[in-house]
Design a protein around this ligand. Structure first.
Ligand code: PEP
Ligand code: MN
Length: 340
């Protein structure tokens, strides 16, 4: 951390800042220029906020050299992390993009099995489906709970697809861990710190969605919390953010977040074109765009009859459109692999 003093800072003010730094256990290197003094604080800087030095008299500004998300940063871990889900699904690094498909919510065993069959047939490696659904309104479908988890387990058994489902509440965590291969943290819970702490103590891979209005740094810090508790199997998921413009799309797709996360972090990054756009006809073009930017996977909502889906029908692909998209994505991935 670099502490830049005001040009007129007195010797007393400079000494006071140095004492504050030493009191934290950090060391200092002081560079006294003709006009200004610059103090480098060296040590466990991530434990301290820049503000706690910025408020001291005579300080002009304080800047970090190291990012605050040390564990997830490429600075601390240069090679790509590859997250293994279930027995053999590999997400990250140079592995081909993993397609995760399924309904927004698990609705019935029959519908889920039909979806899982189509997902498998189209080359998806994982099945998604919410059993505990985050809904704002109290009189909306909130998922089948444990029964939904049982249906997911049946679909896994029948197809061999690994399963991911959302966990909203620490009280459901043990139950969900029993039934699923990967834990999804939804956008609304990216800053549910007690949930992140508990998930960090498990050994299940985690799909960490970006919060509705989270900055990239806040999202990486949420991942940092999970790693800090001991679980390093985290996959980041961009799912669009809220901006001023929601007339034609549900969210604004932040495609740039994909190469940004790849640059800043060793963790894999996948994209959710369904929630990022909110419109089924935008799912295909945005999926392709994400593949071109180097995404490690896509999570796509599909349903045999989206008009009748109990949640998120407008952004859900029917089987015909998913089959078509899968073929196009396969071709695109092959073309990209050739030109690499
Ligand atoms: C979902 O995946 O169905 C979901 C609710 O996603 P998000 O948390 O991104 O809104
Ligand atoms: Mn959904």
């Amino acid at each position: 951390m670099i502490i830049i003093m005001e040009p007129g800072a007195t010797k007393g003010q400079i000494q006071n800042v140095i004492d504050h730094v030493h009191n934290t256990g950090m060391k200092t290197v002081v560079n006294s220029g003709v006009i200004q003094t610059v103090i480098a604080a060296i040590g466990e800087t991530s434990k301290y906020s820049t503000e706690q030095f910025e408020i001291l008299e005579g300080v002009r500004k304080v800047e970090r050299i190291q990012v605050p998300f040390k564990l997830v940063s490429r600075d601390s871990h240069h090679s790509d992390t590859i997250v293994t889900v279930g027995k053999n699904v590999k997400i990250g690094g140079d592995n081909p993009p993993v397609i995760i498909a399924g309904p927004c919510s698990v609705e019935s065993e029959e519908i889920l099995l039909a979806i899982a069959k189509v997902a498998k047939e189209c080359g998806a490696k994982m099945l998604r489906g919410g059993a505990f659904k985050p809904r704002t309104g109290p009189r909306t479908f909130e998922g089948l709970g444990k029964l939904g988890l049982e249906f997911l387990a049946t679909a896994r058994k029948e197809t061999g697809l690994a399963v991911v489902t959302e966990v909203m509440d620490t009280r459901d965590l043990d139950l969900i861990c029993e039934f699923t291969d990967m834990l999804q943290v939804g956008a609304r819970n990216m800053q549910n710190f007690s949930l992140l702490n508990e998930i960090g103590k498990t050994n299940k891979p985690v799909l960490l969605k970006r919060g509705l209005s989270a900055t990239i740094e806040e999202w990486l810090l949420a991942a940092e919390r999970i790693l800090d508790k001991g679980n390093s199997q985290v996959v980041m998921c961009e799912r669009g953010i809220r901006t001023f413009d929601n007339k034609y799309t549900r969210n604004t797709s932040d495609i740039a977040a994909i190469p940004v996360i790849r640059k800043l972090s060793h963790l894999p990054i996948i994209f959710d074109p369904s929630h990022a756009t909110g419109k089924w006809d935008l799912v295909a073009p945005l999926s392709k765009a994400a593949i071109v930017t180097g995404v490690h996977g896509l999570i796509i909502e599909i349903h045999p009859d989206p008009e009748k889906a109990l949640s998120d029908g407008p952004q859900t692909l029917n089987f015909e459109n998913f089959r078509k998209l899968s073929k196009e994505l396969e071709k695109l991935s092959q073309t990209l692999a050739i030109t690499k």
